[in-house]
Write a protein that binds this ligand. Structure first.
Ligand SMILES: Nc1nc2c(c(=O)[nH]1)N[C@@H](CN(C=O)c1ccc(C(=O)N[C@@H](CCC(=O)O)C(=O)O)cc1)CN2
Ligand SMILES: [Mg+2]
Length: 297
């Protein structure tokens, strides 16, 4: 078997186009643009790339982008005061603090300061709780993007066996909650899981989010399974000094067995920013008190 390649880049482009149409409708109805504030502390090169890309995508979708770049040695009080100002700013519908933060800053404390109804990353405990009990809230962008790709490929997920490898607050745990809400039978595997290859072999859906390059091997995959690779790992390339990106799944081996698989790059990654725009627009509709059909985006 050779797997169908799930083209996250194309799916995300289509999603962004639909968001742009709705964002224009929002601006006309509300008399203002939906707004996203992104806070970057420090000069981490990857974070700078992601923040630039978020700003550009926000403007391209017809929304307002507010970028706040703070030096790496910013103290906690200054960062929390900025978040409080953004909470109070009616032009700001969504607030995102780019992670990771410099070590001296407490990520949980910063996230806890964001108004949950502006928390378009879905990282606030209130939104984690809402997801856990099935209430409307914001869902973290990467797992929601994975779910969109899965539903597009498989339709109804009810009854399928899903294994999520990784238990982070940002991907693994919310992914498991989302799959449970779709009535999958969900296993969350992690570094202490015994007989991981056997556990993965049971799965109709495998979501790999461990951050270990090419850890999931082809012979772990059940023939025909759908494989979603969240990993973005930079490893030394074949040529001197060059690096290349690989996922958490050994792609060529897995693609020979799976029914469908996301590539790295071009799979899950582009969905993260498209879903961020989606969450921001949903926040704008809610903040403006304008109804938006639940399945509109
Ligand atoms: N506050 C947040 N911080 C972080 C998040 C997040 O959702 N919210 N996620 C990641 C970084 N991230 C967005 O912030 C992100 C990561 C990867 C991609 C992406 O498109 N990746 C490409 C490859 C990019 C490359 O060449 O390096 C792909 O997979 O095709 C977008 C956004 C951590 N921090
Ligand atoms: Mg820290």
């Amino acid at each position: 078997m050779t797997a169908t390649v799930i083209d996250g880049k194309a799916f995300a482009a289509d999603l962004r186009a639909r968001i742009a149409t709705l964002a224009a409708a929002f601006s006309a109805q509300a008399g203002r643009q939906a707004g996203l504030a992104v806070v970057l502390v420090g000069e981490d090169p990857a974070s700078q790339v992601y923040v630039r890309s978020k700003g550009r995508s926000t403007v391209e979708a017809g929304m307002a982008s507010f970028e706040h770049k703070l030096p790496a040695d910013t103290d906690e009080a200054t960062l929390l005061a900025l978040v409080e100002r953004l909470n109070a700013d009616p032009a700001v519908d969504g607030i995102l603090v780019q992670l990771p933060l410099p070590r001296h800053l407490d990520e949980q404390k910063v996230i806890a300061t964001i108004n949950p109804d502006k928390d378009v990353d879905g990282f606030h405990v209130t939104n984690a709780g809402r997801l856990a009990v099935g209430q409307a809230g914001f869902v973290p962008c990467t797992p929601l993007g994975c779910l969109m790709l899965l539903k597009d490929r498989l339709g109804d997920l009810a009854g399928l066996d899903a294994v999520v490898i990784g238990r982070s607050n940002i991907v693994g745990k919310p992914m498991a909650q989302l799959l449970l809400a779709e009535s999958c039978t969900v296993t969350v595997a992690h570094s202490k899981t015994q007989n991981l290859p056997e556990v993965v072999r049971r799965a109709d859906i495998v979501v790999a989010a461990v951050g270990r390059p090419e850890m999931v091997k082809g012979d772990w995959i059940k023939p025909g399974a759908t494989v979603i690779d969240v990993g973005i790992n930079r490893v030394p390339g074949a040529q001197d000094g060059k690096t290349r990106l690989v996922g958490d799944v050994a792609y060529d081996e897995a693609a020979a067995v799976a029914g469908a698989i996301t590539p790295v790059p071009g799979g899950v990654g582009p969905m993260t920013i498209a879903v961020l725009l989606r969450n921001t627009l949903v926040a704008a509709y809610r903040n403006a008190g304008i109804a938006l059909a639940p399945d509109a985006i």
